[in-house]
Design a protein around this ligand. Structure first.
Ligand code: F3S
Length: 403
């Protein structure tokens, strides 16, 4: 059966609302048919991936410029994922000039359609926090898990083009995570180990995601988890298992388990084995953190860690521009820069051309970054807790660890 369309949606599909909207609705209508959606659902925001020149290349740029030339505009607030460079510090980052030019052209195309150049994978850290039950169309996989699981909003894991089409039309096909019947866990994970560090949540996410393979997961046994920990967990689950939703007993707003759901437990030895698997090398040219983009709380911790010291290796803290500006006002950027680190805004270690900047190995505390750095940036990866990655002049890692 064909999805039912409202008068306005039909107008968009017929081309009466402009060529850009016609193209966008045609894609949404096709997706609705493929996934058996009965109708479209209005959304309150879109978050669009595929913004880095590195990931979409010339073909993506041409597609966006064509849509922009047709006068296409977004219907709802639309936020952009990270681009391939710091828009204000790309020369200092040694990003090739031709890359930067193409990257700015992509940004121009999006902003001329009305998208907000937030350039972050953590819109929820800059005030974009849809409420429980609110329908949205977000594309960045880690943000999708966070929105569904931690905020209780409803979004499928959109691709860059489908999120853009949803932004242009203000609706998305009503299937999957938008429906009550799919927001049920099929895998229960009893966590029998303490998770004191954010990277531990990434390790758990890699284990649970790999087993769940897209099924929603219900976690038991975790006493305390702040939003940053949940951010690292969801990002790893999305990277290792294409997950879009988890529940955590007593912590997340939803909790529903299907009768007959699979039950497993995760203990200390299993966590240790996964940690070893993720850690490929003990050496790195650069240490990067902020995958997903760092919160103000993380930046404060880093500033405390490096205050008055000199870093042995470059340190990137990947962050949204808005959070960087707040951190700068609080003097945190200055502390980190004095130590030799950088708050790199608008981009991240994965979507920037790190391999072209001369880096061959990267230290990270994010399991998601471990998954993508080898393939997208040809990096060897040292995975560890941040405090064990950061080294200072005149002090080895051991000395720092004992502090
Ligand atoms: Fe964000 Fe880049 Fe990680 S987009 S989730 S920091 S790979």
């Amino acid at each position: 059966m064909e999805p039912e369309l409202t008068k306005k949606e039909r107008c968009m599909l017929n081309g009466e609302c402009g060529e850009g909207k016609r193209q966008a609705m045609e894609i949404l209508f096709a997706l609705a048919k493929i996934y058996g959606a009965k109708n479209m659902v209005p959304i309150t925001s879109a978050q669009i991936s595929g913004v880095s020149y590195k990931t979409i290349g010339d073909a993506g740029l041409e597609y966006l410029e064509d849509l922009a030339r047709k006068g296409t505009k977004v219907e709802v607030p639309a936020y952009l994922n990270p681009i391939g460079m710091d828009a204000q510090g790309w020369e200092e980052m040694k990003v090739p000039k031709d890359f930067a030019q193409k990257q700015f052209a992509i940004l121009n195309a999006y902003t001329s359609m009305g998208a907000n150049p937030t350039c972050t994978c953590t819109p929820y850290l800059i005030g974009v926090r849809p409420k429980v039950g609110e329908h949205i169309a977000w594309a960045e996989s880690s943000a999708v898990v966070f929105a569904n699981s931690v905020l209780g909003a409803r979004t499928n894991r959109e691709g860059g083009p489908s999120a853009l089409c949803a932004a242009i039309c203000g609706v998305t096909p009503n299937y999957g995570m938008h429906l009550d019947e799919n927001r049920v866990a099929d895998l229960v994970v009893d966590v029998k180990v303490a998770l004191p560090d954010r990277s531990d949540f990434g390790v758990l996410g890699a284990i649970a995601g790999g087993i769940a393979r897209g099924r929603a997961v219900a976690f038991k046994g975790i006493k305390k988890a702040d939003e940053d920990m949940l951010k690292y967990l969801g990002a790893a689950m999305a990277a290792f298992g294409s997950n879009s939703l988890f529940f955590m007993e007593g912590i997340t707003p939803e909790w529903k388990i299907r009768d007959g759901a699979e039950k497993i437990s995760v203990d200390k030895p299993e966590m240790g084995r996964m940690r070893k698997t993720l850690d490929e090398t003990k050496e790195e040219d650069i240490v990067t953190t902020g995958c997903p983009h760092a919160s103000l709380a993380e930046i404060k911790e880093i500033a405390e860690m490096v205050r008055g010291k000199k870093l042995k290796k470059p340190l990137w803290v990947c962050v949204s521009r808005i959070v960087k500006e707040v951190a700068a006002k609080q003097g945190l950027v200055e502390i980190i820069e004095k130590a030799g680190g950088k708050l790199v805004a608008d981009t991240c270690m994965v979507v920037s051309p790190m391999e072209e900047m001369g880096y061959k190995s990267t230290g990270v505390n994010s399991a998601k970054a471990v998954k993508y750095l080898p393939t997208m940036c040809q990096q060897r990866v040292h995975f560890a807790k941040l405090k064990d990655l950061v080294e200072f002049e005149g002090a080895g890692k051991e000395k720092v660890r004992k502090k």
